[in-house]
Design a protein around this ligand. Sequence first.
Ligand code: SF4
Length: 402
Amino acid sequence: MDAAIKAILIAEGSAEIDLELLGSPSALASKSTAGPGAGVASFFFESCGHRVRLDAVKDPEALLKVRRLSLHQPSQGAADVGVHAVDAPQSQQEEGWKGDVKAYNSLSLSKPPATSATTISAIQSPIEPVSKGSRSETDEVAIFYGGRELVRGRIEPALIHCPGQAYITMSESCVFDCAFCPVPRLAGRTKSTEEIVEMVDCAYRTGELRAVAITSGIERSPEEEVTRACAVVKSLTKYNVPIGVSVYPTSDSSLRLRAAGAVEVKYNVETMDRGIFERACADMDLDFVLASLEEAVAIFGRNRVFSNFIIGLGESDETVKSGVRELAGLGVIPILRALNFHPLRPDLKNTCPDARRPDANRLLRLAQFEREVLDAHGLRADVSETMCLPCGGCDLVPHRDV
Ligand code: SF4
């Protein structure tokens, strides 16, 4: 999987997958409890060191479909055994192909085998029927895009929320009401410190725990969440893994979280379009978040402070670019996150009438731009140890993917 393919997968966002391919769904599928993806079952796909998270859907009409390969399935491009050559994407479009032709064509230019890719009908005959307990035969799966093979890789197990990390939401409710976020509508519960320690302990005993990440909605106040996060972090330092925290900042949150033992923080700007911010994030203060990010860099250091920046709320590319420059100028690494339409937020279109999930080319273009800006500021997105940058499931990560 290269950046162009990952961009297509992120832009689509979901794939039809047989739950049995996930082995034990409770062990392998992740259900996010925070942020715009909260409440949605998903899985991780890994290929050539790159990872993507996709929502798991049962929709037979889904453009992306995941299929297990048998041991005998020839590799992509070896179009001699059981593999059908297919037409160029343009002709598929004429025949009603619904994929992103522009993005697919850019793949064809750089990856000649894509024009002789396996079709889903070709792969279904040699494929072994998927049955429980047959995972040992091969872990390799292929993702098909509109019926043609796009990429091969494997389903990757999550630890808690994502691979290698215990990424835990403290409060699954929020008194803020950002227009794109389902958490205020989920009105979930708040975990105790003891409960969180128990979860991390279970993850630690697998031998797979490389980092802990703590995030939260706002049950009553940002100050209370920071106090809760500090207590949680202090209780988890005994595991001797890096701990990152993502909360809404307070006047002293960076000082307190650093003193508690956190090594990285994420304070989300959500958007750098001030008009959209005022409408979509009316309970938040963008200037305060930016000032808190700047202070966080002074306390945690460069490459240790991050901020989610949603792409698709109706902002222009120019606004994204100036926002990326502004954040990088503060020493902050922006995480460009494709807008997720959540069924609990049908009202988003009222607040942001131009909202739409970005296509693959926009995602790729903006990620490449961010990479250039980070390089110009001497920042590296691949040295972070916690939260979304080392996971990379939802975004094209500079220095990892582009
Ligand atoms: S990138 Fe962040 S939000 Fe997405 S799966 Fe990974 S840890 Fe979760």
